[in-house]
Design a protein around this ligand. Structure first.
Ligand code: NI
Ligand code: MN
Length: 229
């Protein structure tokens, strides 16, 4: 089964798992890093980590146009459901088996206010186990936390981590996160989109690969990573 991760810029991801298409935090409109617009993408499922505008992004428009089901915490799903969208609410620590795999919501240290000021509940990350058994951890916006070690115990093929600093982990804490998570590959995101999150990603790759067994996969917006089972 083909499992591919496309990076759209900032924190927006597209996943292809077999015939299933997912988007995570589909922020295109206003995303200076994005090379495509929200009109050009579609998905069966849209996953939203937390309520901030650079993560909810174009979820409403894309879900309406594509008939996608939105997956997020209960508060965000209530907000999306009130806009007429199909939703599947979960919450932190809970998992559910979808056609594309088993998705568990994980802890994240961050905020989650929705764009109109509504309460977006607690922010989350996602731990996805594909039908092939590949584990993909998408941390969402978060600071470093020691329980990443527990997530790492699951045996990760990939971790997608923010490294931008200011709003999330910076490079030093993201390196510590890699040590706790021990993924085979790590994809850095949430950097360089705005001046306050500018980072030297090549220097980070070098340091991570010197100090851990993990391979750093730097994706430019539009580039993708194919997972091998
Ligand atoms: Ni955020
Ligand atoms: Mn963010």
């Amino acid at each position: 089964m083909k499992t591919e991760i496309v990076f759209y810029g900032h924190a927006a991801l597209g996943l292809t798992i077999g015939q299933h298409k997912l988007m995570v935090d589909p922020y295109f409109t206003g995303n200076s890093a994005a090379k495509v617009s929200a009109r050009d993408v579609c998905a069966d499922y849209i996953l939203v980590t937390h309520g901030h505008g650079d993560h909810v992004g174009d979820a409403v428009d894309i879900a309406k146009r594509c008939g996608a089901t939105c997956v997020a915490n209960a508060e965000i799903c209530r907000w999306l459901g009130a806009k007429g969208l199909k939703t599947h609410a979960q919450h932190i620590g809970g998992g559910f088996t979808y056609p594309f795999g088993y998705l568990k919501l994980t802890n994240a240290l961050h905020g989650s206010l929705l764009p109109d000021g509504s309460d977006g509940g607690n922010p989350a990350g996602f731990l996805l186990t594909t039908p092939d058994g590949l584990k993909i951890y998408m941390a969402g916006d978060t600071g470093l936390f020691g329980d990443m070690r527990l997530i790492g115990e699951e045996g990760l093929a990939v971790a997608v981590l923010p490294i931008g600093d200011n709003y999330t982990m910076g490079p030093a804490d993201a390196l510590r996160a890699v040590k706790l998570l021990a993924p085979q590959a790590v994809i850095p995101i949430h950097y360089n989109t705005f001046p306050v999150i500018h980072q030297d990603v090549q220097a980070w790759k070098k340091q991570v690969e010197e100090e851990t067994q993990s391979r750093v996969v730097i994706l430019a917006p539009g580039e993708s990573f194919l997972l091998e089972k």
